[in-house]
Design a protein around this ligand. Structure first.
Ligand code: WQD
Length: 351
């Protein structure tokens, strides 16, 4: 079984990706310093797959510690690199934290890839690299526009770093541009555990519905969209995870034509904030306590994917609907409330 190193394996997308990789026959190890993730998610992975995944509690910004993982695992065939900070708002307040963490960790990892000649490298990028697109849906050839935050710039720079590294080293790389991940594994044994107060829409919805937040605000309804609220492309986290496994298959089978190919991972459906809220209310039967608030700085009016390339070349077929994203997210929120063992710290705070 090919051994895959997943960075950020205790995180939301990383944990779901590990489940999909194991189910597809890969041997997986994780590296995650748990600074913004909860190691209890590894129990969920084991409950789903029956496999105990080893996690190296290492900060990838520490080169020596990162290098030691590769010395101990010289048979790593591929890497999926999720570990990064991803809060748009926090990145505006603390840009150097984001540039240092997201870029130094990536460069340390690529130095190890070069030293140990790891064949495949899949990078977790983001639709945020498109900035505020002139037209939607965006394709992989839509020219990137100025990012809306240091987080977005860190993703744009990371893509350039991976691209140049691929050209110089011959490592087979793939950049996956996520749209808006949502939902939880159907087993409801793993899901999203936001670090602190959630910035993202779906956890804000479910935490309001369960009472962890008194109410939530729709960040503006005066945009030039069909109902005035922003449009996004929500994609179930399990669909997103499966695309990573398919990317490794694609590289292993030598189907890639370039050293660093790019794929959009979105459902292809643009959904407004208010439509997302109404979808949640429909599947949960709960009237959500929200108000229309002011716009949020840095918000993009509308972005959603043309996902034809991932479908055509990776054989990727997103399966989950918006309703299923909302229903699994809601069931997971209810589980978090019911089962305090999932948190090792106090409820609402990740230790
Ligand atoms: C979606 C919409 C908000 C919360 C995300 C990730 C980022 C990157 C790109 C991966 C916006 C509105 C939200 C709330 C609201 N993903 N909203 N009230 O901004 O598209 O960015 O996707 O790399 O890491 O953050 O997602 O969920 O924050 O916002 O009205 O309480 O929901 O204004 O229009 P966004 P989001």
């Amino acid at each position: 079984m090919a051994k895959i190193l997943v960075t950020g394996g205790c995180g939301y997308i990383g944990s779901h990706s590990i489940v999909d990789l194991i189910e597809q026959g890969y041997d997986v190890i994780s590296v995650d310093n748990n600074a913004r993730s909860n190691p209890s998610i590894l129990n969920g992975i084991e409950n789903i797959t029956g496999k105990k995944v080893k996690n190296y509690k290492v900060d990838l910004c520490n080169f020596d510690d990162t290098f030691a993982i590769f010395q101990e695992n010289t048979d790593i065939k591929g890497i999926i690199h999720f570990a990064a900070y991803k809060s748009v708002g926090e990145s505006v307040e603390n840009p150097l934290l984001y540039f240092e963490n997201n870029l130094v960790s990536l460069i340390n990892l690529l130095k190890c890839v070069q030293e140990f000649e790891t064949p495949y490298f899949v990078y977790s990028s983001s639709c945020t690299v498109y900035g505020n697109p002139v037209e939607v849906p965006v394709t992989e050839n839509t020219p990137p526009r100025p990012a809306e935050s240091p987080y977005g710039y860190s993703k744009q720079m990371s893509e350039q770093i991976v691209n140049e590294f691929a050209k110089s080293s011959g490592t087979q790389c793939i950049l996956l541009r996520y749209f808006n991940p949502a939902g939880a594994h159907p087993s409801i044994l793993i899901g999203e555990m936001p670090f602190g107060k959630p910035e993202n829409l779906v956890p804000a919805i479910t935490q309001t519905a369960i009472g962890r937040l008194p109410k939530m605000y729709v960040h503006g309804n005066d945009y030039d969209t069909r109902d005035g609220s922003c449009i996004r492309d929500y994609i179930h986290v399990c669909d997103l995870a499966n695309a990573h496994t398919l990317s490794l298959h694609y590289l292993e089978q030598g189907k890639n034509t370039g050293l660093c190919e790019v794929f959009n991972l979105g459902s292809g459906n643009g959904v407004t904030v208010l439509e997302a809220i109404h979808a949640f209310e429909k599947v949960s039967g709960i009237k959500l306590n929200y108000e229309i608030g002011p716009r949020r700085s840095g918000d993009i009016v509308a972005v959603y994917a043309n996902n034809d390339l991932a479908k055509k070349l990776l054989g990727w077929v997103p399966k989950f609907s918006l309703d299923e994203m909302m229903s699994t997210a809601w069931k997971w929120e209810q589980r978090l409330k019911a089962d305090e063992t999932v948190f090792l710290g106090t409820p609402g705070e990740l230790n």
